[in-house]
Design a protein around this ligand. Structure first.
Ligand SMILES: C[S@@+](CC[C@H](N)C(=O)[O-])C[C@H]1O[C@@H](n2cnc3c(N)ncnc32)[C@H](O)[C@@H]1O
Ligand SMILES: [Zn+2]
Length: 170
């Protein structure tokens, strides 16, 4: 009888947050690991289900699929293992949307025991207190300190040349 293949990953406690997903076998770069499953709802329903105003720290299972559709991947609404993948500012996975579905892919080869992580890139807000609400504990050297998107770099502003050097070459 052919040997049954071990699963690609396991869900267990994470040092980053709650439960996380860890490679159980070597996962090659580019592998489609798992689908982010859940119930498709609109933004109003998402706001009803997750009262962020009364949370001390942000914690939801929502993934934005489009401007009008959000996937609620909570275990109560048909979520699967992908719902437990934590965020990192130096991710080894990425979430890609295609054909109305979300799948998690390996960005590089991931070895057994390594936590699977993608960059959540939550919409950046202007409220400075949100950095605490969306705090990141990924521990990466380049951690942004928040699970929100990186701020757009401001355009570099060129210094004016001193007047005497403003002549153009003949
Ligand atoms: C979809 S859940 C991920 C699974 C989560 N660990 C759990 O056990 O429920 C997303 C939530 O996990 C937490 N989280 C994920 N990555 C994090 C990180 N790098 N730093 C802090 N919290 C994180 C945040 O509360 C976020 O809203
Ligand atoms: Zn981080």
């Amino acid at each position: 009888m052919p040997k049954k293949k071990e699963p690609l990953y396991v869900v267990r406690n994470s040092a980053i947050h709650g439960r996380g997903v860890f490679a159980a076998r070597t996962i090659r770069k580019g592998t489609c690991i798992v689908e982010y499953k859940g119930e498709r709802i609109d933004n109003d329903e998402a706001d009803k289900r997750y009262d962020e105003a009364n949370m001390r720290r942000h914690h939801t299972f929502l993934f934005t699929l489009s401007k009008i559709t959000v996937v609620d991947g909570s275990p109560e609404t048909g979520g699967g293992d992908a719902s437990f993948i934590n965020h990192s500012c130096e991710p080894n996975c990425e979430a890609l949307i295609g054909g109305g579905t979300i799948h998690i892919y390996a960005l590089n080869t991931i070895y057994p025991g390594t936590e699977l992580l993608y960059d959540y890139q939550y919409e950046l807000t202007k409220d400075p207190t949100d950095r605490k609400f969306y705090v990141c504990r990924c521990g990466a050297d380049t951690c942004r300190g928040t699970i929100m998107k990186a701020a757009k770099p401001r355009r570099p502003k060129a210094k004016k040349l001193p007047k005497r050097r403003r002549r153009t070459a003949r």
